[in-house]
Design a protein. Sequence first.
Length: 104
Amino acid sequence: MMKFVIIQSAEAYHHELEQIFRDIKINSYSELPVDGFMESADGNSDISNWFGSSKNPYRYFISFTFLEADKANELLERIRKFNEEAEGISPISAFISAIEKFVE
């Protein structure tokens, strides 16, 4: 079954994420640069690492791809391992969603 994988990565980790894609042979994906905003970024909330203040937006990428379930799980495992070794404050986040229906 196909899975829709969404990845949120700080701009600083963009090259590392691309390397993970190459390492596990993910050959097609899409991505968008995103500016994250928060009305009052106080540094105390769980999402404050992802969203800057309205004057200083946080730059990151949203990447997404459609993968078979085993490849999607492999991708999330590689991202988990990367996050364990990374020393930054904004880990790469990834989400898997099932594809219920589609048309081509």
